[in-house]
Design a protein around this ligand. Sequence first.
Ligand code: 5GP
Length: 124
Amino acid sequence: MSSYDNDNIFAKILRGEIPCDKVYEDDHVLAFNDISPQAPVHVLVIPKGSYTDIADFGANAPVEEVAAFHKAIALIAREKDLKDSGFRTIANAGVNGGQEVPHFHVHILGGKALGPMLRSSEAA
Ligand code: 5GP
């Protein structure tokens, strides 16, 4: 994925054009509940900067933004009581990764046993 699409749904959420159920916000990061939760806890964490996917973010985001992003994930996991029970983070990227929204985001999933990482039909 290369050029950033300013009209993607998460860009609209960041601009306040579409509402979200906010979980966390700081200077660099916004987190909100997924509209179609796949687990009792399903939070999406996004950088406020315009990055298409995790590769774009890792290559081009300033270190403060990368650090803030990881700190936010840790904070949300703690606040959602996921630290002891465990949880999963997922960053889908591009076509093969099944990414639907082309603004980098990490899913935080938890609140129940999530089973194997991939369904058997998705495994190699
Ligand atoms: P992806 O497949 O790109 O990794 O995941 C995109 C996620 O965004 C999906 O889990 C989907 O349910 C969620 N999503 C799509 N549109 C909206 C929206 O307008 N609001 C919220 N909160 N989540 C959305």
